[in-house]
Design a protein around this ligand. Sequence first.
Ligand code: NAP
Length: 252
Amino acid sequence: MQDKRIALVTGANQGIGLQIAKDLVSHGLTVLVGSRNLARGEAAAEEIGPDARALQLDVTDRASIADAAERIRSEFGQLDILIQNAAISNTNRKPGQSVEDYAKTTRASNVSLDEMRAVWETNVFGVLAVYQAMLPLLRKAPAARIVNVSSGAGSLTMNAAPDAPYRSIFGPVYPASKTALNALTLAMAIELEPEGIAVNAVSPGFTKTNLNGFAGTDSVEEGAREAVRVALLDAESPTGTFTHATLGTIPW
Ligand code: NAP
């Protein structure tokens, strides 16, 4: 019988996901370090310590997702916390190309549909596929929670404001994938509200990671903070929220 709570963090072999995994272990949880490359996941789990276990999980691969769910079922019987963190920002940004220049090549008028599909496959459909596979395990836990790692870049309300700081790079690939993730978050929260399973979105803020070529301004410790806080909230806390560690509530 497993007495520690079990958390799964997708894309936890580096960046914010790795830090979330470290923080959850330090709060006494057993953490499954999701990694599409098992060797990288094992290296990360070893770095974190004995309460971290690598779990091969490519969120775009149905067989990988099914195998991961089956392993959790057979080893632990339930899942208490699911953190959907894995994401990509692009598949074809050229080395050295700035975010602004990449944005000019991925406007609604000229974006490659293949580029948009590839990013949405991970950031949107991958999240839904993992949700569907893990839900039976979350339903077995007494007070399960899901945290979707989104971004303020996906906020329609913020980007609709003429003076919004990142408005010029709002486009169909990464920013709109996070808008779609926000929509999924709300759909999941509404679906699971009667069962008492909370589903919340968080924004890490502009964090120094591989995703942005380490151009971010915040540390991974800062970037992980809100996901960890929301993951550890009690069963009475609200569902269907979108928050940042210092900015508080972010408008959808
Ligand atoms: P990161 O360092 O690039 O980490 C992304 C993680 O996702 C990596 O572990 C990566 O695995 C994994 N991943 C990518 N595709 C995957 C797939 N198909 N299946 C499983 N895992 C996959 O980026 P990060 O900045 O930590 O991003 C973490 C989350 O924060 C993302 O949801 C991102 O959108 C969000 N976010 C980041 C920022 C920021 O400024 N960094 C701002 C707002 C939101 P590999 O190592 O194998 O590539």
